[in-house]
Design a protein around this ligand. Structure first.
Ligand code: WTA
Length: 659
């Protein structure tokens, strides 16, 4: 089902009494989540967050909870001091839990490795010593461009241990995108691998870093290279260092020092409505408190759980719900390196079966993909260990929700649909599975301690049964503390449309019971397989190509990926001949892959004579979206020339696109 249909389906649900799934008594038995948690948090929000923060280990306990005097730049627990890596490792080892498995790692080629908390602790101490020996100190930025392997977690926690700020760059980004991020953050060190195993092939990571750093004028002093696949890479003497050699030479004891709660922990870049990605800055104490708390409450975490989040660490879900949340909670988790369909679509289910996964957290795109390939595949496996399912990254359509519960969750597992963003750092809307009667496709309620309001364009709160814009009215501990190097952009992007409120860019509905239904973005940010992409950024890449005069990009509904990138390009008069001699469509798609990364390559790219524009020169994306989704083109009365749309629609129907 497409996102549009999903949205329509959801809108109907706002005013329809629905079947609900209350928690089964067997499920609730033994939970550690207090039954009155939400009420307690509502009665004393700051007290609730302080209580959650006290679950962490503080070297200096905090006495202040929130300082909002410089809004929207929050300070949480500011006079407290702690170390994030100590909270994720040392304290568990000290509590006698060192032998517990932190990570059951499964490599794509089929190799496996269990890493205990004690082992992870030693590796992180070694890595912290390595980083310090390279002159990395507190506050320095370290770029991390790595596959889904335990060393990535080691690298991130080693940065945290010494107070360096990591900036993880998703492996699907290109060398240009790496360079942009390295420059923006002024990274001193890059940690990468000789390659990443992907669908039986090697993705060249080191080559991308080399290309990114080819042009002088960057801030990088060293590149640390982890050897993962069997793949030779070029070596820049003096700059490049082998991770394994450096680790072998390093001491495995590292005395961690505590940092202020507001010490920067990481920067993570994400797409917005304008051309350049934004580096969202997260700090230590509040972030850690909220990711750990929500990981416990949204998933009803218990001691014997085997948790698996299938996201990539290159996105915020990996930061918060693979690295910091689960490790702060001392959980046991699965980490898988490769593609879900390699070597076959059985891979994920084999892993669930092998490790007895109890909590499974994935994106709707994957669920819809499995729905399409048929229930026989999961049904070949024993998935009975699963007791709770999570969903993240994009709206989940009720049909996929039902299928997920029935086929993967054995008809009984609660589904926790978690809405949040890179900017929010942690879950913001999610049902409490131990108390809420679930509704297929609804995020239901803000997590305890979070206050949201759905409002109309004029700022009025919408009534039950209506749709509007999702805003957050009170500060929360894991909120981004700004955009790296650009405070004004932070205020302008998130806090100016509705003064005093954070506006997320998402639409939401409120049903007759007051439950929330997330409806996707209302701005020009696309969501492809749960990955955020900006239409403006892709348009920017397209117009950099010598063929292109003008480009427009839209996110079109896609049955599996939620949305897909569809581009319309007008060629330069002077380049038409050159373009005709090559496969211009393929060349332009590849170009976007080169400039941004393969995740941004348009699914369809149409060469058109003109773009539909209003009299004031604004491109009418709505009309292009109609074409891209194969719909009757809507109202064209504001166009300067309505025949433009006929020509475009005719060309598209004629099959001028690339498959
Ligand atoms: C979308 C990913 C509906 C939303 C954690 C948001 C969702 C954007 C959900 C953030 C959900 C995320 N239901 N939509 N459960 N979760 N989104 O920063 O549009 O990569 O604004 O963070 O994903 O994407 P980001």
């Amino acid at each position: 089902m497409s996102e549009n249909e999903a949205t329509t389906d959801k809108i109907e649900r706002l005013i329809t009494p629905l079947e609900t799934h209350p928690p089964a008594p067997e499920f609730v038995a033994g939970t550690k989540v207090p039954a009155d948690l939400r009420e307690r948090a509502a009665a004393d929000r700051l007290g609730y967050w302080a209580e959650q923060a006290r679950e962490l280990e503080w070297a200096t306990p905090f006495t202040e909870v929130l300082d909002w005097s410089n809004a929207p730049f929050a300070k949480w627990f500011a006079d407290g001091e702690l170390n994030a890596s100590v909270n994720c490792l040392d304290r568990h080892v000290a509590a006698g839990r060192g032998d517990r498995v932190a990570i059951h790692f499964v490599g794509e080629p089929g190799d496996t490795r269990d890493v205990t908390y004690a082992e992870l602790h030693r590796e992180v101490q070694r890595a912290a010593n390595v980083l310090e020996s390279l002159g990395v100190t507190a506050g320095d930025r370290v770029a991390i461009y790595l596959p889904m392997i335990p060393e990535t977690v080691v690298a991130m926690l080693a940065c945290a241990r010494i107070g360096a700020v990591h900036s993880v760059i998703f492996g699907g980004f290109s060398s240009d995108a790496i360079r942009q991020r390295v420059d923006d953050a002024g990274a001193k060190l890059v940690i990468t691998a000789n390659g990443s195993n992907r669908k039986g092939r090697v993705l060249p990571l080191k080559e991308a870093v080399d290309a990114a750093l080819e042009r002088p004028g960057h801030t990088v002093e060293h590149v640390l290279v982890i050897e993962r696949p069997d793949h030779e890479v070029e070596w820049v003497e003096g700059r490049d260092l082998r991770w394994h050699d450096a680790m072998a030479a390093a001491d495995d004891v590292h005395e961690a020092r505590a940092f202020g709660a507001e010490h920067p922990l990481f920067i993570l870049y994400t797409s917005g409505t304008t051309g350049t990605p934004k580096g969202l800055l997260h700090t230590t104490g509040g972030y850690l408190a909220q990711v750990a708390a929500t990981h416990r409450t949204s998933f009803d975490l218990r001691d014997d759980d085997v948790y698996w989040c299938t996201a990539d660490v290159g996105w915020v879900t990996g930061h918060s719900y693979i690295v910091y949340g689960p490790l702060a909670n001392g959980a046991t988790q699965v980490m898988y390196e490769g593609a879900h369909d390699f070597p076959t679509l059985d891979r994920w289910f084999e892993i669930v079966e092998r490790y007895g996964v109890t909590i499974f957290y994935a994106a709707p795109t994957a669920i819809r993909g499995f729905m399409r390939s048929g229930r026989e595949i999961p049904q070949r496996h024993d998935l009975s260990s699963i007791r709770l399912l999570g969903s993240v990254g994009e709206p989940i359509n009720p049909e996929a929700w039902e299928w997920y519960r029935e086929v993967i969750g054995g008809g009984t597992a609660p589904i926790v649909d978690t809405w949040w963003q890179t900017e929010t750092g942690a879950h913001m809307i999610a049902p409490l599975p131990t108390q809420d009667a679930l509704k297929a496709g609804s995020g239901q309620k803000p997590v305890p301690g979070v206050v949201v309001e759905v409002i109309a364009e004029d700022g009025r709160r919408v009534d039950p049964g209506e749709m509007g814009l999702l805003t957050i009215t009170e500060p929360w501990p894991a909120m981004a503390r700004g955009i790296w190097g650009d405070d004004d952009r932070f205020i302008e992007t998130y806090w100016s449309q509705f003064p005093g409120r954070y506006f997320a860019g998402d639409g939401a509905g409120v049903d007759l019971d007051g439950d929330l239904w997330l409806l996707g973005r209302v701005d020009d940010v696309m969501n492809v397989s749960g990955h955020r992409l900006s239409t403006a950024e892709i348009e920017g890449a397209l117009v950099e190509h010598r063929f292109t005069a003008e480009a427009a990009v839209v996110g079109a509904a896609d049955e599996t990926t939620g949305q897909a990138v569809v581009a319309f390009v007008v060629l330069k008069e002077s380049q038409r001949e050159a373009a005709a001699e090559t496969d211009a469509v393929a060349a332009l798609r590849e170009w976007v892959g080169r400039i941004i990364g393969r995740i941004a390559r348009p699914r369809d790219l149409y060469i058109v004579d003109e773009l539909p524009k209003t009299r004031s020169g604004k491109i009418m994306r709505r009309l292009l979206k109609d074409v891209a989704e194969g719909r009757q083109v809507g109202d064209t009365s504001t166009l300067t020339d309505a025949s433009v749309m006929q020509a475009i629609a005719g060309g598209v129907a004629g099959g001028a696109h690339d498959d």
